[in-house]
Write a protein that binds this ligand. Structure first.
Ligand code: 5GP
Ligand code: ZN
Length: 120
């Protein structure tokens, strides 16, 4: 089941109502470049259905999260992250205010590329 929250920034990006630079899309997920990148590669991988954060994930959503995790290395390589182990990438899921989450639609940051990075 897909759920769109009309007040959610990332739901509106997924729907194409707010422009973004798309990295990847399939039935379940959408990926787009972060507007304020920390590193040469920095994109966000999000479920198409509105889930506020990792704190709301249910056991039924485990396959969706597995799909996101399994997809991240492929997309990271396609976007220019160098191969493991010299290269690699970082996956970050900020959750809640104390976790540093600013946009309340579950998203995985995929960050990588040659250093130095602006942060991290
Ligand atoms: P959080 O802090 O919630 O983990 O990360 C939210 C991320 O969304 C930030 O890295 C921020 O740069 C990015 N972001 C915020 N607004 C927009 C936007 O309108 N477009 C894109 N592409 N990224 C955004
Ligand atoms: Zn949303």
């Amino acid at each position: 089941m897909s759920h769109h929250d009309p007040d959610c920034l990332f739901c509106n990006i997924i729907a194409g109502q707010i422009p973004s630079k798309k990295v990847y899309e399939d039935e379940q997920v959408f990926a787009f470049h972060d507007i304020n990148p920390w590193a040469p590669v920095h994109f966000l991988l999000v479920p198409k259905t509105h889930i506020a954060s990792m704190a709301q994930v249910t056991p039924e959503q485990a396959p969706l999260l597995g799909h996101m995790l399994a997809l991240a290395p492929r997309l990271a390589a396609e976007q220019g992250c160098n191969p493991y182990p010299e290269g690699g990438f970082r996956l970050v899921v900020n959750t809640g205010t104390e976790g540093g989450q600013e946009v309340h639609h579950l998203h995985m940051h995929v960050i990588g590329g040659p250093r130095p990075w602006k942060k991290g």
